[in-house]
Ligand binder design. Structure first.
Ligand code: UDP
Length: 338
C-alpha cells in the first residue's frame, strides 16, 4: 500500500514510517513541524534506505490537504498529527480543539473527496477517563478529564458517525497506553521540547545530566510500591500494531474497529526508574513529590482483542525499552538539536 502518514516526523510517526517500509509499504509524510524537527528526515531516510517524501504544512489548511490527497494517490492514511500535552491543553483549550479537531475534519473531507476510505487513528487510553477499573477493555464507556483527552473522545465519535454515513469506510481507532523507548539504532527517539511531561523522557534527561533529579509524583497510591502504575509499551511494538491494523482493515467486515495497543502488564514508576538505572549503569537522583492533579493510580490494557483480531502482541520488555531509550538519549543528549 501507499500510505499517507500525518505527523510522520514525530516520535511515534517516525517509528511507524520505518515499520511500514520494512513491511513493504510505500510512505508519504505530512507534518507541520510544530512538535518535530526537520533534522529527523535524513536520519529516517538513512534508516529506511530510501527517500521519504515529506510535505510541510498543517492539515488545518483545507485547500492544501485537499490538494495533497488529489495529487498523492494513497491507499490509506495513518493519522498521528495532533497536539498532545495534557497541561498545555488545559491552559489553551481552544487551540487544542481547533488544531486536533480542525485538522481531522479537513483530512476526512479530503479523504472522502478523493475516495480514500482506509484510516488508522492515533487515539489514547486517556479516553477511559478517571473512573474505570483496569485492565481496560475497549467496550468501556469513553470520557476525559482534560481538553486533550476530549479531542480524542470527540474525534473517535466523528469517525464513527462518518462510517455510519458511508459504508466504504474502514477505520481503526488505536488506543495507546504509554509509548516509550526508541529504535534500537539510537538514531531516532522521543525529543520533547522544554521540560518533559512524561516519565521516561524525564528519567532519560536526568541520566544525561539535563535535569537534576526525577520527581516521583506521589508514593501513597494503592499500588505495589505506592507509585503510579502504567502499561509502558515499546514504540516499535506500537508501530507494528499500526501496520497490523492497517493490513487487517482490508478484510474486516466492521467499519470501525477499536483496538487497545498495550502490553497488558503494569509497571510502577519506581520499577521503571530501577530498570533505567540498570540500563544506564548508575543510580539516578530522585525525590518524592505530591501527586500530580488528574493522575490515576493504575492504568493497563486488556490487549486480548488486538491479539485475536490482529495477531499482534507487544514482545519487547521493560529492559528492552530502557536499553533503547538510553541508547537514543546517550547518543543524542540534546535530541535532534546538534
Ligand atoms: N510521573 C512522575 N514524574 C514525572 C512524570 C511522571 O512520577 O516527572 C508519573 C506520573 O505521576 C504517572 C506515571 O509517571 O504515575 C506516568 O506518567 P506519564 O506522564 O509518563 O504518563 P500518563 O500520566 O499519561 O500515564
Amino acid at each position: 500500500m501507499r500510505v499517507l502518514v500525518t505527523g510522520g516526523c514525530g516520535y511515534i510517526g517516525t517509528h511507524t514510517v520505518l515499520q511500514l517500509v520494512t513491511a513493504g509499504h510505500d510512505v508519504v509524510v505530512v507534518d507541520d513541524f510544530s512538535n518535530a524537527s526537520p533534522a529527523v528526515i535524513p536520519r529516517l531516510e538513512e534508516l529506511a534506505d530510501r527517500p521519504i517524501p515529506v510535505h510541510r504544512f498543517t492539515l488545518e489548511d483545507r485547500a492544501r490537504t485537499d490538494h495533497l490527497l488529489a495529487t498523492e494517490r494513497v491507499d490509506a492514511v495513518i493519522h498521528f498529527a495532533g497536539f498532545k500535552a495534557v497541561g498545555e491543553s488545559v491552559a489553551h483549550p481552544i487551540s487544542y480543539y481547533r488544531n486536533n479537531i480542525g485538522a481531522t475534519l479537513s483530512l476526512l473531507e479530503a479523504m472522502s473527496a478523493h475516495d480514500v476510505h482506509r484510516l488508522v487513528f492515533s487515539s489514547s487510553a486517556t479516553v477511559y477517563g478517571a473512573d474505570a477499573t483496569p485492565p481496560f477493555t475497549e467496550d468501556l464507556p469513553t470520557s476525559a478529564t482534560n481538553p486533550y483527552g476530549w479531542t480524542k473522545v470527540m474525534i473517535e465519535q466523528i469517525m464513527r458517525d462518518l462510517a455510519v454515513s458511508d459504508p466504504q469506510w474502514r477505520i481503526a481507532l488505536l488506543r495507546y497506553f504509554n509509548p516509550v523507548g526508541a529504535h534500537p539504532s539510537g538514531r531516532i527517539g522521543e525529543d520533547p521540547s522544554g521540560i518533559p511531561n512524561n516519565l521516561l523522557p524525564f528519567i532519560a534527561q536526568v541520566a544525561v545530566g539535563r535535569r537534576d533529579r526525577l520527581l516521583i509524583f506521589g508514593d501513597d497510591y494503592d499500588t505495589v510500591d505506592g507509585t503510579g502504575v502504567r502499561d509502558f509499551i515499546h514504540v516499535d511494538d506500537l508501530a507494528l500494531g499500526h501496520v497490523a491494523a492497517l493490513e487487517a482493515l482490508g478484510h474486516r467486515d466492521e467499519a470501525v474497529n477499536t483496538w487497545n495497543l498495550g502490553t497488558g502488564q503494569g509497571t510502577s514508576v519506581r520499577q521503571l526508574l530501577r530498570a533505567f538505572e540498570k540500563a544506564c549503569g548508575r543510580e539516578l537522583p530522585y525525590a518524592v513529590a505530591p501527586r500530580r492533579p488528574g493522575d490515576i493510580a493504575t492504568s493497563y490494557a486488556d490487549p486480548t482483542r488486538a491479539h485475536r483480531d490482529l495477531r499482534w502482541e507487544a514482545t519487547r520488555s521493560i529492559d528492552d525499552i530502557c536499553a533503547s531509550a538510553w541508547a537514543w538519549q546517550s547518543a543524542n543528549p540534546h535530541g535532534y538539536q546538534a
